[in-house]
Design a protein around this ligand. Structure first.
Ligand code: MN
Length: 168
């Protein structure tokens, strides 16, 4: 059995040429459990975010195939990303709270816990908290050939963020 798994892993390694660690593939493949580690949270960099944003540890898909990456991101009220695009698109899964998302020149959409958002490749957009509500989402995006998952642009102005609520 072990021999068969090793042979399979060698085939996979030659197909993907990612050179993942042999030792992780020579035993029975079960699961990898990443316990949430609050100490690995970082503040969203000011260059890419407005307001109070926390980014949890970033994970990649298993086996070092690197076919997707994910991060858990929490936005405090009023906080949001800068405008940006993703070379291969992005899925957001809202895991708590209520926030807002917008594609350039489209209406701002309200999103709540359990909602799922897909931004197609190279679609200019932002995502963030509500005006008075925090929002947490899991973001999943695939890297392009250069390993990039996002192209950052300018900050989202208060006017753009508030949209039709700008009288508030
Ligand atoms: Mn995005």
């Amino acid at each position: 059995m072990k021999k068969a798994i090793l042979a399979t892993s060698l085939v996979l390694a030659s197909l993907t040429q990612t050179g993942f660690a042999e030792e992780s593939r020579t035993g029975e493949l079960k699961l990898e459990l990443y316990k949430y580690d609050k100490s690995k949270e970082v503040s969203g960099p000011e260059d890419y975010f407005t307001g109070n944003v926390t980014v949890g540890e970033v994970f990649t898909s298993g086996d070092n195939l690197n076919d997707y990456r994910h991060a858990t991101v929490t936005f405090q009220p009023g906080a949001r990303t800068a405008w940006h695009t993703h070379p291969h698109g992005q899925t957001l899964i809202i895991t708590s709270g209520e926030g807002r998302v917008q594609v350039k020149d489209e209406e701002i959409q309200t999103v709540k816990k359990g909602d799922v958002v897909w931004f197609p490749a190279n679609t200019r957009h932002w995502h963030g908290a509500g005006i008075n509500t925090s929002m947490t989402h899991i973001a999943i995006q695939a890297p392009n050939e250069e390993g990039n998952v996002v192209n950052w642009m300018e900050h989202v102005t208060d006017k753009d963020y508030l949209g039709n609520d700008s009288s508030k």
